[in-house]
Design a protein around this ligand. Sequence first.
Ligand code: BV8
Ligand code: ZN
Length: 249
Amino acid sequence: MKFGEQLKSEELEVMRRAQNIVFVTGAGMSQESGIPTFRGNDGLWRNYDPMKLATIDAFWNDPKLVWEWYNERRQGMLVAKPNAGHYAVAKFEEYVDVTVLTQNIDGLHQRAKSSHVLELHGNIIRTRCTECDFADKQAKISSIPPMCKCGAILRPDVVWFGEELPQDVWQDAMISACKCDIMIVVGTSLAVSPANMLPIYAQQNGATIIEVNPEETAMSEDIDYTIRDTAASYLPGLVDTFGKLRSRF
Ligand code: BV8
Ligand code: ZN
């Protein structure tokens, strides 16, 4: 049964009580915007091995190759549009406090007008210098690899495997996970740490966990409600149900 469909009493209670919802999203959230996931059937792993390219060693080993991969993904993300799932996540803000903890680097939650988004793994549109503190939000990539005025190479402002997440972002993400009433985990295989710890922190602090994913994940059997559906087809119905419920109180 899908959470929110038959509105069983405990689901009603969970939705009635909720003041604070946290979404944890991964590549599957943007799949219906045409951005390939890492590990799903259409996954990036098919053509490249992100473990071999999304690392600081790969970058220093062959900055041109890594930048070609990022520039190709960047072009795709720049023309991608938020899907109905992103807009539904933003719509929840009409009823409760919402924090979006995303592993995605495409900026689509912000473009769908979610107002509190923490980018756990950075953002592909931004670049920063590998030497000085130069950073660029909407960097036009004029050469591959792009160079800083100081003469050093610029890098995508993303977190590579083996790199720490930005400490301030990670602290805020953990606090949000521990404080939420409901955590909705959308489009992530929960294969990557430490992001995959967030549902555990939430559950340890009494939150109800809902997972929206057409496939089984590493955490499915410990999750309160697993919805075998996609982000864009399930989330709009859920936020409508939520809205109807909340307008009655
Ligand atoms: C850290 C940015 C510590 C870059 C990313 C062994 C060796 C080496 C390292 C490790 C190791 N074991 C553990 C590690 C740590 C490592 C890690 O977890 N590795 C994994 C692979 C085992 N983690 C790290 O390195 C992290 N840093 O631990 O630092 C540290 C401490 C102190 C000092 C120094 C270091 C950093 C991790 C961040 C890596 N960067 N991205 C880029 O994007 O290029 S991770 C990358 O994977 C993306 O962010 C992506 O989002 C993320 C996770 O993948 P998912 O989002 O879950 O995507 P995936 O394809 O896997 O799943 C998609 C899901 O969606 C599927 O389940 C599918 O069914 C579903 N789906 C498909 N369509 C839909 C859908 N769902 C809904 N609707 C749909 N339509
Ligand atoms: Zn510089």
